[in-house]
Design a protein around this ligand. Sequence first.
Ligand code: S3P
Length: 167
Amino acid sequence: MNIFLIGFMGAGKSTIAKQFAKTHGKEVVEMDERIAKSNGMSISEIFETRGEAYFREEETKLLNDLSSKKDVIVSCGGGVAMRKENVDIMKQSGTIVLLSAEPKTILKRVENEHDRPLLENNKTIEHIQELMEARKPFYESAADLVVVTDGKSASTICEEIFKKIQE
Ligand code: S3P
C-alpha cells in the first residue's frame, strides 16, 4: 500500500518519508526532487521561468504516474492537496497522512532554506499563519489520518504513522 505525506512546507514530509522508507522497507519518492530533475532545474527556477500553473500540472502528472506503484512512500509538495483531482488520485492508490506543525515550528525549519518560492521573500510567522489557515480545510479534508510533529523525533513520528495505519 502507498503512503502519501501531505502538509505545509516544513512540516517534515521529506525527512519522515526518508526515515519511514528506511525502517519499513518502502521506496521513497520526493515529488519536488522528481519534478526538479525531470525539468532540469530547481523548483524556484520552474516557478520563475515556467510559472506556478505549469508546476501544478507537473505535480498532477507525477501523481498519476505514481498511482500505478504499490509500495512507495511519497513526500508530496505542500500544495498537492489543494487540488481535488490530486486528492482523488492519492485516495485511489493509498493512505493520505497529514503531518501538522505550528507556524513557529515551520518558521524554524524553513528559515535557512531557499528553494520555496512561496515563502522566500516573506518568511514571517504572519505569512505562514495566513497561508496555513487558508490551506488547513483542504489538508484536513484530504487526510485519512493526522500526525502532529511539533517537538517529536523522526522515529517517534514514523512509529505513530505505522501504528495508525495498522489500526
Ligand atoms: C509548495 C511546497 C513546496 C514546493 C513548492 C510549492 C506549496 O514543497 O512543492 O515550493 O505550494 O506549499 P515542500 O512542501 O516540500 O516544501
